[in-house]
Design a protein around this ligand. Structure first.
Ligand code: YSA
Length: 347
């Protein structure tokens, strides 16, 4: 028995000297110190020894066990220090198991776009203002020069809130914030208003019933269509980064005079595909124009003093999904809201 113990010790020392990997150290521990290991066998054999030998062999076996434990601990520290780890976890965890990847959330593409857009306008001195998604028909329509029973109200199909007599609605555009802001501020000012809007309309590749707009309003002395074009040129080139073809064309909105629409050329395929070859077509990005005098008046702003014009302004409202569609070449607006991670994780 004493012979066995010294042989085990020699063998263990030799094996330990060759071990370099944590995985091999785990096997070593199992072989010598495990429940079914060689040291355990020695203890099991003690009962068969004559009493005088049992005591000596028992002491030797204990000594060997403690020695092996100590050298094992020392070796595992060496290996883990080498791996840059400080804690000795051998035998407690499966060190060879890959670490599970944590799913870390991130911003939806529309939130990212909203932040990029407002950041761009901040560099041009615009203040970011938020409005309420529930509005009164006064701010959504009347204050914007859209009289009751005017056909222009039908341009934006409305979700009315109950009771109908409350005349409250889900805002159909971000323009009500023009009226609200002008009621409480005196020119000059320049603001942008990002936010969600709602329209009771069928969805298709270019339309959703809920979508995001970015409203802009700039009022000062001598603001003209050229000012609008200059701000737009800067904004669109900063947002798109690459060259995108855009066009300005006349458009009708009761709250501006004159009114415009801006379209951008898609890169081919997608919502505005016109040709069988998949060449790009025009996609409407925004409505805009010079603020109508009636809108200033409804907000209580005196645009003229003694016949002299004190200030003028331009305003615009663009679809944030449409901007992102052009920037990232996204063919269908509905993709933003289908929660398909294969789509969302690309951005
Ligand atoms: C016009 C003049 C101003 O002085 C200020 C703002 C405006 C814009 C006006 N308030 C408006 O909402 N015009 S709009 O109905 O043409 O919508 C503006 C933009 O929102 C569109 O050009 C388009 O980019 C986007 N849009 C409109 N309906 C949409 C939509 N995006 C997704 N789904 C829909 N259903």
């Amino acid at each position: 028995m004493l012979m066995d113990i010294s042989l085990i010790k020699k063998q263990a020392d030799n094996e330990l000297a060759l071990i370099e990997k944590a995985e091999d150290l785990v096997l070593f521990e199992k072989k010598y110190l495990g429940k079914q290991g060689l040291i355990a066998d020695v203890f099991k054999g003690l009962k068969d020894l004559p009493e005088n030998e049992r005591k000596i062999a028992g002491n030797q076996a204990n000594l060997l066990k403690n020695e092996l434990k100590a050298v094992f601990e020392q070796k595992s520290k060496q290996i883990y220090q080498k791996r840059g780890q400080t804690e000795n976890l051998v035998g407690k965890i499966d060190v060879s198991r890959p670490v599970p990847q944590k799913e870390i959330g991130y911003l939806h593409l529309i939130t990212q776009a909203q932040r990029e857009l407002t950041d761009i306008f901040k560099t041009m001195g615009f203040e970011v203002v938020l409005g309420s998604e529930i509005e009164s028909d006064w701010y959504n329509f009347d204050a914007l020069n859209v009289p009751k029973d005017h056909p222009a109200r039908d341009m934006q199909d409305t979700f009315w809130l109950k009771p109908e007599s409350s005349k409250m609605l889900l805002r159909t555009h971000t323009s009500p914030m023009q009226a609200r802001y002008m009621e409480t501020h005196k020119p000059p000012f320049r603001i942008v208003v990002p936010g969600r809007v709602f329209r009771n309309e069928a969805t298709d590749v270019k339309h959703e019933a809920q979508f995001y707009q970015l409203e802009g309003l700039m009022v000062d002395e001598n603001i003209s269509v050229s000012s609008f074009k200059a701000i737009m040129a800067e904004f669109l080139s900063q947002y798109f980064e690459s060259k995108v073809e855009v066009r300005l064309r006349p458009g009708y909105f009761p709250f501006v005079e004159p009114g415009f629409e801006i379209d951008a050329k898609t890169k081919g395929g997608g919502p505005a595909r016109r040709s069988p070859k998949g060449e790009g077509g025009w996609l409407e990005l925004m409505g805009a124009g010079m603020v109508h005098p009636n809108v200033f008046k409804a907000a209580g702003l005196q645009q003229r003093t003694k016949g002299k014009v004190n200030f003028t302004g331009f305003a615009f409202g663009c679809g944030i999904e449409r901007l992102a569609m052009i920037k990232h070449n996204i063919p269908d607006l509905r993709l933003f809201y289908q929660n398909d991670l294969r789509f969302l994780k690309q951005f």
